[in-house]
Design a protein around this ligand. Sequence first.
Ligand code: SF4
Length: 430
Amino acid sequence: MASVPTQIALLTRAPGGADSTCDPDLPTAPWQFDAVPGQPLPAPTYGAGASRQDPVPADAPVQQQIPAQYRLLPADELDRRIRTARQTLGSRVTILGHAYQRDEIVQYADFVGDSFQLAQQSQQHPEAEFVVFCGVHFMAETADLLTTDDQPVILPNLAAGCSMADMADIDAVQACWEQLEAVYGTEPDADGRVPVIPVTYMNSAANLKGFCGEHGGIVCTSSNAREVLEWAFERGQRVLFFPDQHLGRNTAKAMGVDVADMPLWDPRKPRGGNSEESLRDARVVLWRGWCSVHQRFTVDQIAQARAKNPDVRVIVHPECPMEVVDAADEAGSTRYIQLAIDAAQPGEAFAVGTEINMVRRLADTRPDLTIECLDPVVCPCSTMYRIHPAYLAWVLESLVEGRVVNQVSVDPVVAGHARTAVERMLAVGA
Ligand code: SF4
């Protein structure tokens, strides 16, 4: 099957085909959104795709336009140069690729996985002089926390952020924390449990991981959210979960927490838009954040998949809304979905509710199965999508020339606290 970018190019060229994608501008080259030397700095943007409607923080990184020679290179020449640079660097570089990354990038990765697996990988390669992280900004920050001080972590396109991660920032979380303390106080109960434990999803900035480390909290991924919430409930009366409301709600609900005891915290409203009473009764306070890719999946799409094939197995990611998770046959992390497909019997049919690059790759690896994306509209993670082979060629050839470009590094004080929260998670496991 053709890669997602190739399919998007074909769809958007066909009459009326643009309606089959979430944005007719998806074939636009990512450098069209970058800063051009000598011209006013453009406002940060997520580029074309699923996140187009999400507001971008004013301080989000902007990528400087890469040299013209890279922008103009045809795909086969980029491929040749990436392979040559990769071979020259040998074991000096480790390339990590996220499962949602486009095929044109994933083919060069030494390791492909979800954010938890890649965090583990970044820790397990002290022999590499450089780590090139083909994911998004928060993942590169996490890798920087876990690699040694002299291992630069490189994000090929600095504008590859995450719209969900950007929905919670340190100032808004600090303000929330102060308001919660005003309601709950700070004293532990008779069992020694503190009033509230902060839990941040891996998809968050390093300073939010640092906030959790500093306040007795922890990080989770979609693979270990349940184990992490169990850890938190042993130590706290309730949890403040950010930035993804859906992962928090779906996980806590599966553990038996009543949805009525999970108020939503809207950072733009006093007390998050909640009464003191509802906050006092809360077991989990959910931040009002979401993934623009997983929020697209609907109950109606599940009904349509079942109408097409009553035997279809519907698996969705827990970043999908609760109604979608409830209507699906199964819900699980990127790794869960991968393992379910690996273990499937020939002839089985799947409708999968997660990012399209991953779904297409799963379909390619198991041609004996029928695997389709629940969403009929082709819509990749637009932030991950900004890493085009031209940027990878640029960062690798720069390394060959002895220059480190696009290094992502976390402030040492923040890093110390963030590492505490990440290491608590790694101790809990997957
Ligand atoms: S798929 Fe969603 S949560 Fe994951 S990086 Fe993209 S925008 Fe962020």
